[in-house]
Design a protein around this ligand. Sequence first.
Ligand SMILES: Cc1cc2nc3c(=O)[nH]c(=O)nc-3n(C[C@H](O)[C@H](O)[C@H](O)COP(=O)(O)O)c2cc1C
Length: 351
Amino acid sequence: MSLPTTVAPLFTPLQLDASLTLPNRIVMAPMTRCMAGAGLVPTPAMGAYYARRAAAGLIVSEGVIVRPDGQGYPNTPGLFSAAQVAGWQAVVAAVHAAGGRIFAQLWHVGRVSHPTYLDGALPIAPSPVPLAGRVPRTEFTYATPRALALEEIPPVVAAYGHAAANAKQAGFDGVEIHGANGYLIDQFLHHHTNRRTDAYGGTPSRMARFCLEVVDAVAAAMGVGRTGIRLSPAAYHNMEGDPRDVVVFDTLLAALAGRSLAYVHAGIAGHHWSYDDLGGSVAAYLRRRYPGRLVACGELTPEGAAAAVAAGEVELTAFGRPFIANPDLVERLRAGEALKPYHERMLLRLV
Ligand SMILES: Cc1cc2nc3c(=O)[nH]c(=O)nc-3n(C[C@H](O)[C@H](O)[C@H](O)COP(=O)(O)O)c2cc1C
């Protein structure tokens, strides 16, 4: 059967580096499922879930926490203990056996947490600015976080590097740094949450410093060409925006431009949403500021994704909820079959 022309651009391969070629432009977006076992160890069911989606050009795993105080939701897997590495080894092996490729998304939630996840300790953040609202699945409101002391920052950076080394040991094909959606790295990148006046705040380059140090620590462990990063320059999730933020992202992206990363991935927003501060969509802003590969995400239809690739707006397109509803998403697109609609109740089971 010939490929439907409306989605054909998604089925061109993309060479990431000398030893890794993605067979298509379809990425499974990172999605937290809160299904890890005791000790935040990934389970065989998670391996089967990802393996069913192995036809994706690339799978990005759910957020994986880099150290215990990076947790902000129940049962999110980690990559800091030997048992977690062993659990991921089995997950990655299942994906590879099914012919797939998988990156681990490295995550620290920063202030988006509560002492209930932290053995009673306060969440850490650049500055003591609380997130408004209620912690999902609990009766608690978010706590005011504790500002990291200057000497506490290098160990956090190092934790990302260790997690990347563990990801490599587990057999992951690469890692994606979760720099988006209002979590720790993003908290350093926005004025609302970064009120520091030391080496990590106060000017755009100092606000970008934590992110760049994490990138370099992770790239040193995983290889820069196998390191991607997710960013959300428009503050749309767990975050309040400030018109000055865009200069921080201009500065960050100029620095990332010299680093030959695997890709920059646009965060949670709709691909077509427009932001005044960015002068349009997130992807269009990233394209103007960053010369490397881009991944689009958010409310994409297969036809819209194919058009974005064909127009050269992005190199890769990520699908989140459609991949939960359709483990066989790639096969359906190839066959020209309609996708099953997503429903929140699908989150209750790992299928
Ligand atoms: C259940 C669920 C969990 C998510 N977890 C993460 C996550 O761990 N890391 C992340 O960067 N984005 C996460 N996202 C955002 C998705 O990666 C994606 O950006 C979003 O769903 C929009 O894409 P879509 O319209 O194709 O679903 C999550 C989304 C959903 C629906």
